[in-house]
Design a protein around this ligand. Structure first.
Ligand code: TRP
Length: 349
């Protein structure tokens, strides 16, 4: 069976280190493994509009920002098809047919959508487009016959819903669609990176993000202000690891050679944690260590981003060429879908 990968992000803001560790890093590993047949990364502008109807400009601007983030992290348009969702009209048409295979009560049960509705304070006034975006996401996935979907934990219910729609379509109209599978990050600290304030997931609306495009000084400042253990006042006080943002980030970002490079008096994270718990290890030291590790990751990304940002036309060209390719594939699948459903009237008359 072919290995087809598809994933994407809503362009509602610049990408942050939570995106990097939760999804971009594994996309780069997949890309560099070259162990796949097709690889699509979609900028989900149409999905972003489902709760931004009045903010089209914001979504539009962030298409470029997200594309810059992708490219500066190393996603290679020669290996990966980068495209814009709204540039592929077949996705909308496919969604319309899938809508007949899903009940309203099933949509309302989707835990991620439920959570998002609460967060946005929609209550009963939730836009139909928003409630039904898991259907459109199923169209995104199936239009490309994708079977490998690398996503964060919060997207698992979307893939579950997509699998139900695929099953329902295939039983109703005959075996047509490919069954997708979610691939989620290995560890919790990676799949759900906490914000710098320790209050919850890193998210733009909470103002607790470190962006891939932040300057060196901004990154350092955000790290120095990170939430640690409020009871760890004097260096000699015993400290808590649990809920300590600096340690959560170290869990997610530390590399085999980080200690040797930046903190040679410790062998590994376990030793560092043990010292912190015992007392005698100050917050400034662990923060500066984290700063070194993050700056090493972010420096090349920032430099590449600054260079790319000087030529937005070049970035759009990449996205439009990707969208042209995406259209060819999605139109083929749409034809298969209409065939299976028996609504290919012109072919039969
Ligand atoms: N829902 C995803 C997000 O919130 C974006 C997305 C849209 C997506 N379509 C997709 C992800 C298809 C994986 C596959 O970021």
């Amino acid at each position: 069976m072919k290995k087809i990968i598809l994933t994407g992000d809503r362009p509602t803001g610049k990408l942050h280190v939570g995106h990097y560790i939760g999804s971009i890093k594994s996309r780069l590993e997949l890309q560099n493994s070259e162990n796949y047949d097709e690889f699509y990364v979609m900028i989900a502008d149409a999905q972003a509009l489902t709760d931004n109807a009045g903010n089209v400009q914001k979504v539009k601007e962030n298409i470029l920002e997200v594309a810059l983030d992708y490219l500066s992290c190393g996603l290679d348009p020669k290996k990966v098809c980068l495209f814009i969702q709204s540039e592929v009209p077949a996705l909308t048409e496919i969604s319309f047919y899938y809508m007949n295979l899903v009940t309203l009560s099933r949509l309302k049960r989707n835990p991620t959508v439920k959570e998002e509705i609460k967060l946005r304070g929609f209550e009963e006034s939730v836009p139909v487009g928003f409630l039904t975006y898991p259907i459109s996401q199923t169209a995104d996935i199936t239009a490309f016959e994708a079977n490998i979907i690398p996503v964060g934990d919060d997207q698992k219910p979307m893939i579950e819903q997509a699998r139900e729609i695929v099953r329902s379509f295939n039983t109703t109209y005959g075996e047509t669609l490919v069954m997708p599978e979610a691939v989620v990050p290995k560890s919790k600290s990676q799949s759900r990176l906490v914000g710098t304030d320790g209050k919850g997931k890193m998210s733009k609306s909470l103002g607790n993000c470190i962006y891939l495009s932040d300057s060196e000084d901004t990154v350092k400042q955000k790290i120095m202000n990170m939430y640690t253990d409020p009871n760890h006042i004097k260096i000699t006080d015993p400290g808590q690891i649990e809920g300590n943002v600096v340690f959560e980030y170290l869990d997610a970002f530390v590399k085999d050679d980080s200690f040797e490079k930046y903190l040679p008096e410790y062998k590994n994270l376990d030793e560092l944690k043990a010292h912190y718990k015992r007392g005698g290890l100050g917050d400034v030291k662990i923060k500066l260590f984290l700063n070194n590790i993050l700056q090493e990751i972010l420096r090349p990304i920032r430099e590449k981003r600054e260079a790319l940002a000087k030529d937005p036309q070049k970035v759009y060209k990449i996205l439009f060429e990707g969208s042209d390719k995406a259209n060819i594939k999605a139109n083929k699948t749409l034809a298969k879908i209409k065939n299976a459903m028996g609504i290919n009237y012109r072919a039969n008359i």
